[in-house]
Design a protein. Sequence first.
Length: 254
Amino acid sequence: MSITKEAELFGMKKASEAVACTLKAMRDFAQPGMTTKQLDNYGAKILSDFGAKSAPHLTYGFPGWTCIRVNIEFCHGIPSNTRILNEGDLVNIDVSAELDGFWSDNGGSFVLGEDINQYQKLVDASKQILHKAICNIKGGVRISDIGHLIETEAKKRGYKVIKNLTGHGVGRSLHEEPHEIANYRDRLNLTRFRKNSVVAIETFIITISTFTETLHDGWTMVGNKGGFMAQHEHTIVVTDGTPIILTEKNEIWN
């Protein structure tokens, strides 16, 4: 969407606060021995307290309130009563929701407890690259140039990026134009970021694979060549200068 009046910015801030605070609370609540469904139920309660509704559940009938993936899972992990979190797991939580007609999206990867499996370096790379990408976004900048920046920064750190997962526009629905904000230079994409537009910027930083494949459950994605992935995401408003980070309360950079 494009912000055209103060009421729209206020609505986006409210929806973004709901998803950001839910993500932070879920990250703080997660602990070894807990099931991903317990963690999802906790997040659902927080969203409900804000008056927000789960975006993937509303839009796609997703079998959970939030997406929670662990270790080799890359995307759209289904919360489960049998999936138990363990010390050192690489966990990702993606929270998106609708509130009063406005939609916002955010996510983040983190290491649960002690970093016994050495995932923290990957997580830090994803955070740092997202920060640099957002700092370079303003009205008129080519979307493909931000994709090139993300991939270049990933390569500097010895990582790859996923080519078939992208950021996207958001605001009046979960996915809007621009539909693809890739993590690499898509030379066919001549689109530029527009001032006052709302977009969800995501990093997909990976150790081995460059594409994802969907498992038999129809939702969960893994790498075509295996490996591990870290993802971080903010919903922002594009300006002529520094973007407005609507989901800053998730504290993924802290």
